[in-house]
Ligand binder design. Structure first.
Ligand code: NDP
Ligand code: MG
Length: 334
């Protein structure tokens, strides 16, 4: 069955006219969604932690950030845009006690609802409106008159009006300009985790690291290895994005295309596909979610160690030097 996709004409912003939207967290998604909604004429309140940079950012943007409890009390739609790993705790202590029947509890990633960390009380529907792009793009595309495509999902047994509110919300952040795909909490959560683990974050960074190290160990200059294995990846992905695999193959040399068909399957082989299936099974069974929740309960020691270790890699050091010399690429350091 083809996916159901909604556009501007399927959504009615006036449904939000007499509603207050509480955005909890003014981070990557929070700042983008709050600003877009306000400019779409919606009534928005935000909550942030006092004394943080994002609290200041919210103030600089004309919001007066409230404590979480107060924002929940004011909101008819409560959009939780806190880091996923703290949502369960904040929900139990600061959100749930203030929810009223008729409220709609929202999120932009289904992890906590799907894996039972957030369980809305009777009378409160769960609604997912998830932009398929980073918050900064959600904002910049909207400002340009465009929008980042979104996903929408409602909890089992939710009122039909909840989906309509979700479409209005998606319109308010610019999503219906790009298209809003109907999904379920399970599908959004599982495919999102799979994509980031296997391709977007895990798969790609491991591929780049291993290829860089192979060249450097063989005696090639690290600068060469950096350009070949990391920098040029963007150019290839841009071609995928514009015209799929075929457009990339049209654009590269025949030699590169022949290497692609004959060598690619040796890198991502049967064993890799078997591992992908295992990773998907760990996601679906909840094993990954349990591991990540426990890791955070313990203060995230393995997570922090891995982060520290990868920041010291040679590819990162070489890249930092090279990016400084490429003024046009808008180099970033965190
Ligand atoms: P961020 O970490 O960028 O933002 C979260 C914000 O919440 C931060 O400003 C953080 O402050 C603040 N915060 C932390 N604790 C509290 C608290 N107790 N009360 C109030 N504010 C608090 O998160 P993201 O925007 O990346 O993610 C939010 C949600 O959006 C997640 O569910 C994520 O999966 C989803 N999402 C994110 C995407 C993205 O591109 N980033 C894409 C699609 C979905 P501080 O930084 O000071 O700790
Ligand atoms: Mg994702």
């Amino acid at each position: 069955m083809p996916a159901k996709i909604y556009y501007d004409n399927d959504a009615d912003l006036s449904l939000l006219q007499d509603k207050t939207i509480a955005i909890l967290g003014f981070g990557s998604q929070g700042h983008a969604q709050a600003l877009n909604l306000r400019e779409s004429g919606c009534q928005v309140v935000v909550s942030e932690l006092p004394g943080t940079a994002n609290y200041q950012l919210a103030q600089d943007n004309g919001f007066e950030p409230l404590p979480t409890e107060e924002a929940v009390q004011k909101g008819d739609l409560i959009q939780v845009l806190l880091p996923d790993e703290i949502q369960g705790d904040v929900y139990r202590s600061r959100i749930a006690p203030h929810l009223r029947p008729g409220n709609v509890l929202m999120c932009s990633h289904g992890f906590n609802i799907h894996f039972g960390q957030v369980e809305p009380p009777p009378g409160v529907d769960a609604l997912l409106v998830a932009p398929k792009g980073p918050g900064h793009l959600v904002r910049s595309e909207f400002v340009k008159g465009g929008g980042v495509p979104c996903l929408i999902a409602v909890s089992d047994g939710a009122a039909e009006s909840t989906r309509a509110l979700g479409l209005a919300y998606a319109k308010g952040i610019g999503g219906t300009r790009g298209g809003v795909i109907e999904t379920t909490f399970a599908e959004e959560t599982e495919t999102d985790l799979f994509g980031e683990q296997v391709v977007l974050c895990g798969g790609v960074s491991q591929l780049v690291k291993a290829a860089f190290e192979t060249l450097v160990e063989a005696g090639y200059q690290p600068e060469m290895a950096y350009f070949e294995c990391l920098h040029e990846l963007k150019l290839i992905v841009d071609l995928f994005y514009q015209g799929g695999l075929n457009y990339m193959r049209y654009s590269v040399s025949n030699t590169a295309e022949y290497g692609d068909y004959t060598r690619g399957p040796r890198i991502v082989n049967e064993q890799t596909r078997e591992e992908m299936k295992k990773i998907l099974a760990e996601i679906r069974s909840g094993q990954f979610a349990k591991e990540w929740i426990l890791e955070n309960k313990a203060g995230a020691p393995a997570f922090k160690a891995a982060r520290r270790q990868d920041r010291q890699l040679e590819i990162e050091e070489v890249g930092r030097q090279l990016r400084r010399l490429m003024s046009w690429i808008d180099a970033k350091e965190v």
